[in-house]
Design a protein around this ligand. Structure first.
Ligand code: FE
Length: 132
């Protein structure tokens, strides 16, 4: 796993633009169909928008129709952390970056792949590093 990233909320607020800060550090959700990567078919590695850790490969990206970038699995299981999220009167599983604890999105069990997972991730939480 990547080395743990420990920054104060003050540092994150200075580093991230306000929209990204709200999603990554305040567990916000971007409005559906607004994100830069929702429909992207570019190949490469999606990295954490806060700390740069490898999170999702474009190979696992699929069109879920939900309005958010969706993946069948993380690039490395150990690079994400899952946590129960019972906010907003729903039982969901939150996906966080394991290195910096930033919020990425949620994972659901209605995905199309062999493991049946759908990682529903905010574009604002990601930076695509395009393949050469
Ligand atoms: Fe991170």
């Amino acid at each position: 796993m990547e080395a743990k990233v420990n920054k104060t909320e003050e540092q994150w607020r200075e580093e991230l633009d306000p929209d990204r800060y709200r999603v990554l550090r305040k567990k916000g959700t971007e409005p559906p169909f607004t994100g830069a990567y929702t429909h992207s078919k570019e190949t490469g590695m999606y990295r954490c928008g806060a700390c740069g850790t490898d999170l999702f490969s474009s190979d696992t990206k699929f069109d879920s129709g939900t309005g958010w970038p969706s993946f069948t699995e993380p690039a490395l299981a150990e690079n994400v952390r899952l946590e129960a999220d019972n906010s907003l009167f729903m039982k969901r599983t939150e996906v966080l970056c394991a290195a910096c604890d930033s919020h990425l999105g949620h994972v659901f069990d209605d995905g199309p792949g062999p493991n049946g997972q759908r990682f529903c991730i905010n574009s604002l939480a990601l930076d695509l590093d395009p393949a050469e």
